[in-house]
Design a protein around this ligand. Structure first.
Ligand SMILES: Cc1ncc(COP(=O)(O)O)c(C=O)c1O
Length: 373
């Protein structure tokens, strides 16, 4: 029987098929692909990920510790700024540390290198391929990475790698443009580097992604720079379409011909990217709009006026108790939820290959209370 709503359900078979595809890409292209925890940190699913031997990249000490403890390997770290109080822990749990600026590299690079950790520098190829500004690290004035004009005449000797990240839910043709800009501006540094990290945003598990083209690009790069180890660090691609949020309708409000189905969840709390990006998620039970079909807004059970998204059509009028499935609510969702308004937080289940449901986490009043004092 399906678990009670509201609940996130992550599907083992869908996760495995993503892992298998990414595994085949890394083998065919001869590169390493590591998982970005910012998109997914459901650590109770890590035993599945461990079977495939994927490493990880962390953007904070908490992510780094989680990977170190739960995946059992050292991570690749990139954080916009390290401090005297954090760098020691980064060194202890990282195999690679990427710095965001020259002053950061000069301040900590030698210490990192002497501890046997490989130091990298994030560069910014200033090639914008992302339309949504909030996800575009290559905008003019961006705080991310060193642009070509910002490069000093000489780079510290401790530097072994370059990192760029300019994609988001992108295809291989976007990578081709960014790679071309990267090589044009930073190619002269590559003979002295050991590795290049091409960041995240490679959505290779989306249907229609041109895998062969990606592999061709990566192989071509490796032919041009055979001494360089190549890393890709996607997040979304690992957990793309691996889980849903299941909710129930708890009331229907009809105001000036706008019908809102209030659900036992919230966009602001449990599907934040819908408001932030913004985008309209798919609801499995909805149908195309057509004359005669009732149309509804979905309203969150919070007091935020903007906590709604619309509109969806259904075969029949919605009523209290109807169960609805918001699709693709794992990556950048389960990691970004919050307890605003003290709203009941959806439980998290893993649906095993045999169809059984394993409860990964249930949230209660103590979770709400313990976030504050
Ligand atoms: C530095 C860096 N690496 C990797 C990623 C993962 O990107 P995605 O989940 O889009 O693949 C991000 C996302 O913001 C990032 O900032």
């Amino acid at each position: 029987m399906k678990p009670a709503t509201p609940c996130y359900i992550v599907y083992e078979d869908r996760l495995r098929s993503n892992l298998e595809l990414i595994d085949s890409v890394r083998k065919r292209a001869g590169v390493d692909i590591i998982m970005a925890f910012k998109a997914n940190a459901l650590w109770r699913t890590f035993p599945i990920i461990r079977e495939y031997g994927f490493g990880f990249t962390a953007s904070s000490l908490n992510e780094l510790r989680l990977g170190y403890e739960e995946l059992g390997v050292k991570g690749h770290s990139y954080c916009p700024a390290y401090t005297e109080s954090t760098i020691g822990d980064y060194i202890a749990m990282s195999s690679h540390i990427t710095f965001n600026s020259i002053p950061q590299l000069e301040r900590f690079g030698r210490r990192v290198c002497e501890a046997g950790v490989s130091a990298g520098l994030r560069v910014n190829p200033e090639c914008s391929v992302i339309e949504t500004d909030i996800y575009n690290p290559a905008l003019p004035g961006s705080r991310f990475g060193v642009t070509a004009p910002m490069l000093p005449d000489e780079l510290p000797e401790s530097l072994e790698g370059l990192h760029f990240h300019a994609l988001c839910e992108s295809d291989s043709h976007d990578l081709e443009r960014v790679l071309e800009a990267f090589e044009r501006q930073f190619g002269h540094l590559l003979p002295r580097m050991k590795w290049v990290n091409m960041g995240g945003g490679h959505l290779m598990t989306r249907s229609g992604y041109d895998i062969d083209h990606l592999i061709g690009l990566l192989r071509g790069f490796k032919e041009r720079y055979p001494h360089i180890e190549v890393y890709l660090e996607p997040g979304s691609a690992f957990t793309w379409r691996t889980g849903d949020l299941e909710v129930s309708v708890v009331d229907v409000v009809d105001n000036q011909n706008v019908k809102t189905a209030i659900i036992d969840a919230s966009f602001a709390c449990h599907m934040p990217d819908c408001l932030e990006m913004p985008y309209k998620p798919a609801i499995s039970e909805s149908v195309d709009q057509a004359p005669g079909r009732p149309v509804y807004r979905m309203g969150g059970n919070s007091c935020l006026s903007g906590d709604f998204v619309g509109d969806w059509a259904f075969e029949h009028e919605l009523k209290e108790g109807d169960r609805l499935t918001f699709e693709d609510m794992n990556h950048y969702t389960t990691v970004k939820t919050n307890m605003f308004n003290g709203i009941a937080h959806p439980s998290i289940y893993l649906c095993r290959k045999d169809g059984s449901y394993e409860l990964l986490r249930k949230f209660d009043y103590d979770d709400y209370k313990n976030r504050m004092s």
